[in-house]
Design a protein around this ligand. Structure first.
Ligand SMILES: [Mg+2]
Length: 287
């Protein structure tokens, strides 16, 4: 029995997928993900991964997908870490950056030619003030599962220095992150902590719902916006960003947001389609 894409989706030429909560949870593919991606690639549709997850490099996401049985070109993987690195290096090549974030974010920043001032594990038993707080151009935040008091204190003092023109950039504002066993704090939680502690507001958030990721994907796909659909599990990022950008949006109820939240969405920002999982997109070929 062969599978096919349900006819409601046949008109879509560019398929923009969120990762966590749509294609997979941690390392496990979600229902329908492999089937849909396989069919789309057979049909030579434009497929992109748009993820706010800043913990991995694009190559690491490519390997993760490959382990699940999906091959996706690196240029089709748009992450908040990669785009943050690109944004900063375009604006200020060779800048110095203090990072609250994991290895993937640090690697993308380094690959973009930026200097990371804390490119080593910072431990809570070291002297928090034994650190060069000056000559740092940016503080960048992302999800950091090794967050500790030393890192928060240093970032707070760098941002709180009123004599410097330090810039505060966030990879994303996702307050939580879905895992197999429940929610954990996401990259957005770091913004709130540091804004309160330093008194400095974040200047730029790179990830969804901001337009940058959608813009790059639509430019690469080279198809009209009415043929582009974003598939996301988080209403305030994936779906709101897609609707503000003027493309179609499909809410996939296999991750973070719930149907209860859906009814509270303003009509202009509501998804065009609602599905339980990507499995709803796959039908059986009639013989
Ligand atoms: Mg998600």
């Amino acid at each position: 029995m062969n599978s096919r894409i349900e006819c409601a989706f046949n008109e879509i030429d560019a398929w923009l997928f969120d990762g966590d909560g749509v294609l997979y949870k941690e390392n496990e593919p979600l229902p329908g993900a492999l089937e849909v991606l396989t069919i789309l690639q057979e049909q030579q549709k434009e497929v992109f991964l748009l993820t706010n997850n800043s913990t991995k490099t694009r190559v690491e996401f490519q390997e993760k997908l490959s382990t699940m049985g999906v091959e996706l070109e690196e240029k089709r993987i748009l992450t908040s870490a990669f785009l943050t690195a690109k944004f900063i290096s375009d604006e200020s090549p060779n800048a110095s950056v203090y990072v609250i974030g994991e290895g993937g974010l640090k690697k993308e920043l380094e690959d973009a030619g930026l200097r990371i001032v804390n490119n080593y594990p910072e431990r809570n038993d070291e002297d928090v003030f034994d650190f060069a707080f000056s000559n740092i151009d940016y503080v960048v935040t992302g999800m950091d599962r090794n967050l500790n008091y030393v890192k928060i204190t240093r970032a707070m003092n760098i941002l709180g220095n009123i004599d410097s023109d330090i810039r505060f950039i966030a990879t994303n504002a996702d307050i939580t992150f879905p895992t197999k066993n429940g929610l954990i704090p996401g990259g957005g939680a770091m913004i709130d902590i540091l804004e309160k502690l330093s008194g400095k507001k974040v200047e730029k958030i790179v990830g969804k719902p901001q337009p940058l990721m959608y813009e790059i994907a639509v430019d690469m796909a080279k198809c009209p916006k009415e043929k582009v659909m974003m598939f996301g599990d988080r209403l305030e990022t994936d779906i709101v960003g897609a609707k503000n950008f003027g493309i179609l949006a499909c809410f996939v109820n296999s991750g973070t947001s719930s149907l209860d939240e859906l009814v509270k969405m303003p009509s202009g920002l509501s998804p065009d389609v609602i599905i339980n999982s990507l499995l709803d997109i796959v039908g059986e070929e009639k013989s």
